[in-house]
Design a protein around this ligand. Structure first.
Ligand code: ZN
Length: 54
């Protein structure tokens, strides 16, 4: 399963979850810290920051 990054809108923590595309589309994710469902998928350069320099 792909890993997705999320940013919790409640506690402002980033977390990653492995889930199917279907689960992600249905919003079946919540913050593991506070359990809030107000989490936004993180796109963009998160992986670029943590991956090896090109
Ligand atoms: Zn949270």
């Amino acid at each position: 399963m792909p890993n997705y990054e999320f940013m919790c809108q409640k506690c402002n923590k980033k977390f990653s979850l492995a889930m199917s595309v279907k689960d992600r589309e249905e919003g079946k994710f919540k913050c593991p810290k506070c359990g809030s469902r107000k989490s936004q998928p993180v796109f963009g350069n998160f992986y670029a920051k943590t991956s090896k320099k090109s």
